[in-house]
Design a protein. Sequence first.
Lengths: 222, 246, 54
Amino acid sequence: MRQLVAAIRKEMLLQWRTRAQIAAIFIFGATAMLLFSFAIGPNSSALRLHAPGFLWLGLLLSSTLALSESFQLETEQKGLEGLLLLPSSPRALYYAKAIANLVQLSILGAALIPVMIVLYDVAVTWNLLWVCGVIVLGSAGLSAPGTIYSAMASQARAKQTLLPLLLFPLVVPVLLASVKATSLLIEGDPMGQLRSWVTLVTSFDLIYWSLCGLVFGRVVED
Amino acid sequence: MADPLFENTGSESRPTVAFALVAIGLATMLYGSYVGLFVAPPEKFMGEVYRILFVHVPTAWNALLALTFAFASALMFLFKGDWRWDARLEAGIEFGVVLSFLLCCQGAIWAKPTWGVWWDWDPRLTTTAVLLAAFLGILALRKFVDDPVKRATWSSVATVIAYVDVPIVYFSVKWWNSLHQMQSNPNTVSPEFHLPLRMNAIGLLLLLIGLITLRTRIAKMRLREELAPPLPAPSAAVDYATGGGR
Amino acid sequence: MNVGSGMIAGGWEFVTAAYVVTAVVIGSYVISVLTRFSKERAAARRRDSRPEVN
């Protein structure tokens, strides 16, 4: 447990030191959302209807940049081998990285909300905190498998292609559920479906946070 | 070498059983398709179009079987470290991807006359499309990793992760789709249509076993070359014992 | 489609397409596996026949 706390502190320090990267990734995400509106055209009702979808697509595309950065330092300076020599378990290393990625993606997602409100003219009659909650749950779903695939991709060829290629099909349920949940929160939920979608994404999170933690050791072992 | 990969290689160059299975499987499928196309009568509601099911349903069963075999091989490799399971994993994924791709094509050809659109977001077919993308990604992973140990371990991990996702994807798409349309694809087939369906299913199964066996052997041969390349033959001109040329 | 009659008319072109696609995909894969198998077997035989250093 102490290993985990120490690892998390290290990751958070790293995140703080590279905060300029998060700003750049945010700009990328916002630009992507801008491009979506050009693809649809100046049709305000269509844009408003699909706003949650665009928000999550923007976040998903940004996540490929954010996640691929997460093992950058380890590969560049052979930090991974150094970390593994320490008497700390790979599992602590995994969870620290995954939590750091979760925090980064949640911040990104929350930052993209005002972009969504402005670009797609979304009326603000809903609870911001609930939407942030969905963003955290969805980001957790992206972060767990994303961290493990990022560890693999950073040591393989064609790194930039491999991560989204592996991650995107896997997180289809997260995308579906998060978009639905966000849409229900923003536009109202007359039939009370929100709970089911939240349960779906939470189950995905629980399954993958456990599974990926279990197998991470095999991915980084020598 | 102690590794079982390097033992019992004699029988591998004469895979008569595998060749026989492929031949019998193809023949069975040809006969089953003949019966399905020309002998079975038109169906009450679907007319002639239902005949597509005689290839679509067997493909679906065998695609899932191939990918389940891949999943089992991945688990076995992770637990036992036996290279033969990595070879089987490669074979299972490759054939699973081929059948999944075929399934999506057949599904689109079925959907157009039945529902009027090429893709109707049917949960089973949509899950297949997601599976196809996921396992194509794993094949790409195998191509982009040069170290055999990492390649085997990582693709086993990725296979386990992707396979566990299958039921989750299925249920999420099913629920996502049900909010928009109510559709049902025929699940039950009347008894007079059982023969072509069963023949094609058995034929494809035999074909699957034969092809996966052969593909596994290809992978094993490549692995042997990779893991223990033979030493080069000594140069005939130099005799080290006498310390000079001949 | 004959609306109301309850039966989809025609459709042989779709049936043909489905069977042809199936035959082409499965046939190509069978040929691919057999070709690769004989190539690897020949390469393996060449490797095994080379004299090894003791």
